[in-house]
Each structure stands twice: as structure tokens, then as C-alpha cells.
Design a protein around this ligand. Sequence first.
Ligand code: NAP
Length: 319
Amino acid sequence: MRPLDVNDPAAETSAEHFDVAIVGAGPAGLTAAIYTARSGLKTLVLERQMAGGQVAMSDIIENYPGFPQGIGGFELAEHLKQQALRFGADVREIEEVEKVVPGTVKQVVTAEGTYRARSVLVATGVDPKGLGCAGEEKFRGRGVSYCATCDGAFFKDKVVAVIGGGNSAVEEALYLTRFARKVYLVHRRDELRADWIYVQRAEADPKIEILWTCQLREVRGEDRVESMYVEFTDKQELHDIKVDGVFFYVGQRPNTAFLEGTAQLDAQGFIVTNDHLQTTSSGIYAAGDCRVNDLKQVVWAAAEGALAAKWIQHYLDNL
Ligand code: NAP
């Protein structure tokens, strides 16, 4: 499909038209698609990678209701996608949205072309952040990773470090004990931020050693990661500790750069909405982890997807 030239009279007929274009196929976007497609709205879902987002990269989701034994992240993502497809949503993967142009009919621009939609839902989620410390970029993909589920198996019987003390860090440290013979959990404070259940498990796991009040200063090595240079800030001691891999889980960054100038973002880049999940741009909505909200959980993202679908339908009815 060629890019849409708004000054070209033929453009009106060349672009594909939808009632709602959903950007991002994680739990928020796919749940919204289930609701809008099931309501008879012509629904497009555009996903820059594979459907599922961060969830598809999680080993197991234990706290999503309805699955007493938990459910694999990839499996849950696939179920969500199949459910959206069943109701007629058009789900297009590996197609990244570069821009949304506001208007009564919005233009959603990707490298493949431009779609026209009467409403847009942004549900692009977050990406893991790094620390930006020495060696991090140099060894990315050569021992430095941001995804234990993707890369953990490469560290069988090796020693790895996980940086961070939140739910992601502790959950992934526990996951890595399946492969690694030892996992250092490097946390800058003397108390973990993660939920109680993860803290209990990590403290009880013989393969996990928590390095308290410890800051990673440098990832070191020749061709691959060989050690981490850390500072125990309470004692102001520096140590070089042998590791084969370093996994960063020090927080998340919303995938919202393409919305800059179109809708209001907060200082961290999260999307600001009203109670109806509408952004500051009429007919453009946001749901899930990329939005300013209090709970970054799959169940909450799904719930916001459903809520956004309801308000989008209301918006379209009143156009
Ligand atoms: P997070 O909760 O923001 O935790 C980030 C961790 O990185 C914190 O422990 C923080 O330390 C540390 N950190 C941040 N900047 C650092 C720096 N410059 N140097 C050293 N350490 C640094 O991020 P997250 O774990 O990715 O979780 C994001 C959201 O998703 C949270 O709301 C979380 O609850 C949710 N989540 C939920 C689950 C689940 O329920 N199963 C799983 C994953 C994520 P401090 O603690 O000192 O600030």
C-alpha cells in the first residue's frame, strides 16, 4: 500500500478504512479488539512485533484470574489473538505505527502505508529500560539481555546477574534458576520492591544470592560478558564479580514516541487520558501499561482494553 497523500483526491479511496485502529496487540489492545469486533465495528490491530507484547515474553502468568495453575505468557497471548480474530478483527503483525494524524477521520501511518480510522486506541505497552552504564551497550546480545524468557536457555550452568528489585527482576531471577547454576540479584537498596510472594521465593531459593545496596557500575569482558563491576554503596566498596550474563530489569519505558505532538504525555512519556480513557486528542484513546495508571498488570490492561472499547463505541455513536 502506498503512503497516503492527503492532497491527492485519489487518497480518499486508496486507503483502507476502519471504525477503530488499535495500535499494539498486547492484552489491552487485543481485549479492546475482541470487544469492538464483536460489536460489529470494523477493527484493525497493528503490532510492531508478534501479538502478545510483554506478556508473550513472560514464562508464566500466575495472577490472571481463571487459570488456577497459571498460564504460559505465549499461550495467553495466542488465546487473546485467536479470540480477536474469531470476531473478525484484522490483526497485522510486524507493522509498526510511525504516526497518528488527528482529525474526524484519523490517519494511522506505518512503513507499509496509511490507514484511515474513525477512532484510534493506543495500547503500545512498555519496553524494558537499561541503566546506561559502561559496557551495557557494548555487550548487548553478547551476555547483556533484557529478556530472560528469550535468552535464559543460553546460560545453562552459568552464572548470571539480574539488575533491579521490582517484580520483573525477581520473577525473572527465579525463572533463570532453571538454567543458571547461580543468579545474583543486584539491588540498589536493602529492601526489594517486588510483591511479597516473589520476595519469599527469591530469599528461599538456594541458587539466588541477593546483593543488597549494590549498584552495577560496569559490565566487563573481551568479546562477551565476563564480569560485573559493582559498588556496595553502604560500604563504598567496589568488587569485580565473575558472571556470564547480565539481565537488566530496572523499570520500563512507554512506547509512545510516535504520539509526541499528537496527544499529551507525562514527563516519563506515559499517555495522559481522562476517565473515559480518551487522550487530549479527540477520538484517540489509550489503554494499558502505556497510559498513566496505577496498576501495571495483565488483568488491568485487559480491563482497560474493554473500557476503552466501550467509550470508543460511545464516541462513534455520537460522531
Ligand atoms: P519497577 O517496579 O519500576 O522496578 C524497577 C526496579 O529497578 C526497582 O527495584 C528499582 O529500584 C530498580 N532501579 C530503577 N532504576 C535503577 C537504577 N538507576 N539503578 C539501580 N536500580 C534501579 O519495574 P518492573 O519490575 O519492570 O515492573 C513494572 C511494573 O510492572 C510494576 O508495576 C510491576 O508491579 C509490574 N509487574 C508485575 C508483575 C506481576 O505482577 N507478576 C510482573 C512484572 C511486572 P528501587 O526499588 O530502589 O526503586
